[in-house]
Design a protein. Structure first.
Lengths: 354, 347
């Protein structure tokens, strides 16, 4: 187990390096002037000063020098202040967000975490439940319905599904609005008496004893959660179903049946735990995917997470901001994947022994 | 086969004769394995529905100039606009200005000389029907280009990786790992955003982005297949009689490794079109008013509060996209079932 974790940990710096190189490569497709917002918020206007600026920050230097500067930043010759430097958490200036990229991320990320927090249970648990039912009633009507459901689910683009539920539950019925919170709740949140303990809105609302704000936030998150659930259920259903069917064919299951155990115990105590192994991986990746910001879902529902921020910046061709988000996303995914892999090895001994 | 009475030797003989059944020309060309795949694909109702859907869309794409004659034949992908007012207009409303030529079947069906917006207009008076019809061509175009390119790149890189092995293999596979770290749609989004100012708004930025981040899966699959086929007896036999390595790779290994991946890749057209539409929906890629489904759908984003009134600007393009993707998914599912070794002999 220890060797496995060590081997897996050794991969992390390599992946981090790879992702920074990948993003740096994309930055190189920009002109030096466009890249300048990595280091400053306002560019000098006249050509001469601009050239000087490019010189100071080495935007026309060889690639490896630029890469190094991008990592550690450049000292401003007048103030001696460090500008840029992704290793210090400075991802540059966001033209579209009118604030540093890092600050924009810090503002948006808690919302994404909040959404993930509430989406995880419906996405994973219901998905698994559906899959187990389909496998237990193999070729019965539940299975057939599940099959049709999963085909439709995998064919439904997120944004079409999102627009449809908005049409029904917002435009028609007015139950679940898009966005983050209502205006009145926003006023409450921004009032000095509301303490942002965790920066996760739903949790903070509870900690502040504002049940109305909490419910309002949940109401706004309902449609994104529904969309994410629907899209992911199809996958969970398939994986759980096939894994469960495979397990039910094993001899130890026949043995359990032969010695007269009730069918319920056979399924839920003997078969299901072993069938869960591939599902756990899938669940891990889903959580990681959710944390990385779900670009389309957040955009459709106007939810202010990191996914929609990245999309908004990209559609206005603000590349420095978008790449900042990608970098942050890459870091999160690498760390989260590491956690998933280690947990997986903990659950399934075959992984760590191979 | 008569039961019980046949001695075992005859039994063997009988099964021998079974395998001597008539072999059609198609089977001879494709080989028994691939023939079995094809036959299996044409059996299940789901895959037949899938094939019909794909066929329908091919028909629409081919007949686009007949179904919706373009205003300017040199630039058919520009959706004609009926004025500039923002608010969508309902289905079957009159075409007031800028109407494209009437298709020849119009008079017989509608008994009038007036072009109507059959499926309404979207924001900015873009005709929804026209966008859907010509968007079908865009869909096939983007799907085919991306699938073909990613497959080609994947096969080349995967083969190189498996063929050279050792450090080359290691380096290539680690690059694949890194490129798979970022979520696909985010990576493609960024790439397209970086490219758009360089090469202008067109299909190209999204296409290049989807290709850049789309080949890794194929490279992995091909590499794995080659590595497993490398160990087969006939490859060993070829090696023993001194065939050159490159010839073994291209003449003996690749043709045997490539077919299932090729079919899977072509079935990925549905997913590619979906990703492309997603990028357009987010406002990346083509010019506003270009006939592609994601673009037509993105017009609806500004009308979320009144979608119950303007339902037609979501339902029709949405349904088109869903049916298109579903067609490919249905066939893809059937294909995976047939390919599953446990299903062998059952179809």
């Amino acid at each position: 187990m220890i060797t496995y974790i060590i081997r897996r940990l050794l991969l992390v710096p390599f992946l981090l390096f790879g992702v920074t190189v990948l993003i740096f490569a994309m930055l190189q497709l920009l002109t030096p002037i466009e890249r300048a917002s990595l280091y400053t918020r306002d560019l000098p206007k006249n050509d001469k000063a601009l050239e000087g600026f490019i010189k100071i920050y080495g935007l026309d230097r060889p690639l490896y020098e630029q890469y190094w500067r991008w990592l550690v930043g450049v000292r401003d010759p007048q103030t001696g202040e460090r500008r840029g430097g992704i290793l210090f958490g400075d991802f540059g200036w966001s033209r579209t967000g009118s604030q540093p990229v890092a600050q924009l991320i810090a503002q948006r990320f808690p919302n994404t975490v909040d959404l993930t927090l509430w989406a995880v249970a419906p996405v994973i648990l219901v998905g698994i439940w559906l899959g187990v039912q389909a496998a237990v009633h193999h070729n019965g009507w539940i299975d057939q319905a599940g099959r049709i459901f999963s085909i439709i689910g995998t064919s439904f683009p997120t944004f079409v599904f999102g627009l449809l539920v908005l049409m029904a539950f917002y435009a028609k019925l007015g139950w679940f609005p898009p966005g983050r919170v209502s205006d009145w709740a926003n006023a409450v949140i921004n009032s000095p008496s509301f303490h942002p303990y965790t920066r996760l809105l739903t949790i903070d609302a509870l900690l502040n004893g504002r049940l109305d704000v909490f419910l309002d936030a949940l109401r706004h998150m309902f449609l994104p959660i529904l969309t994410l659930s629907y899209i992911n259920w199809a996958t969970f259903l398939r994986v759980t179903r096939s894994s469960m069917l495979e397990t039910l064919r094993q001899e130890y299951v026949t043995t359990a049946r032969a010695k007269g155990l009730p069918e319920r115990d056979v399924i839920y105590k003997h078969a299901r735990p072993n069938a869960m192994i591939p599902v756990v991986t899938l669940a891990g990746f889903s959580v990681v995917g959710l944390l990385g910001g779900v670009v389309i879902t957040e955009t459709v529902f106007n939810y202010p997470g990191i996914g929609s921020a990245a999309a908004a910046a990209a559609s206005q061709l603000d590349v420095v901001t978008t790449l900042g988000f990608a970098l942050f996303n890459g870091f999160i995914l690498i760390v989260a994947n590491l956690v998933v892999d280690v947990l997986y090895a903990y659950i399934d001994p075959r992984v760590r022994l191979s | 086969m008569p039961e019980n009475t046949v001695p075992s030797a005859d039994n063997a003989l009988l099964s021998e004769t079974v395998s001597l059944r008539k072999i059609g020309r198609l089977e001879r060309i494709l080989g028994p394995e691939n023939y079995r795949l094809l036959k299996g694909l044409l059996r299940t109702p789901a895959s037949i529905l899938g094939f019909s859907l794909i066929g329908l869309f091919i028909l629409i794409a081919l007949l686009a100039p007949v179904l919706a004659p373009p205003l300017n034949p040199n630039d058919p992908y520009k959706i004609p606009r009926d004025g500039f007012s923002a608010e969508p207009r309902p289905m079957f409303s009159e075409w007031r200005r800028n109407a494209p030529p009437l298709p020849f079947w119009w008079k017989t069906v509608f008994h009038s000389d007036q072009w109507l917006h059959i499926l309404g207009t979207s924001q900015g008076q873009y005709d929804v029907y026209y966008g859907i019809i010509w968007g079908t061509r865009t869909a096939f175009k983007t799907g085919l280009i991306v699938v073909f390119s990613t497959f080609l790149i994947g096969v080349i890189i995967g083969s190189i990786s498996a063929y050279y092995g050792g450090i080359v293999d290691n380096v290539i596979m680690r690059i694949v790992d890194v490129m798979l770290t970022l979520p696909f749609i985010l990576a493609a989004l960024i790439m397209a955003a970086v490219l758009t100012p360089r090469i202008g708004r067109s299909l190209l930025p999204s296409l290049i982005a989807l290709i850049t981040f789309g080949w890794m899966g194929y490279a992995r699959i091909i590499r794995g297949d080659i590595l497993s086929i490398k160990e087969r007896d006939y490859v060993l036999a070829a090696r023993v009689i001194g065939v050159k390595d490159s010839r073994i790779l291209f003449r003996h290994i690749l043709p045997n490794a490539i077919f299932p991946t090729l079919v899977l890749a072509s079935l990925a057209i549905g997913d590619v079109v979906l990703s492309f539409a997603a990028l357009s929906f987010l406002g990346i890629g083509t010019d506003i008013g270009y006939a592609d489904w994601g673009q037509v759908l993105s017009f609806a984003r500004n009308w979320i509060t009144s979608l119950d009134r303007y339902w037609y600007i979501v339902i029709w393009p949405g349904l088109t996209l869903v049916l298109f993707v579903m067609g490919w998914n249905l066939v893809g599912d059937a294909f995976r079932d047939v390919l599953d070794p446990r299903m062998r002999g059952k179809i």
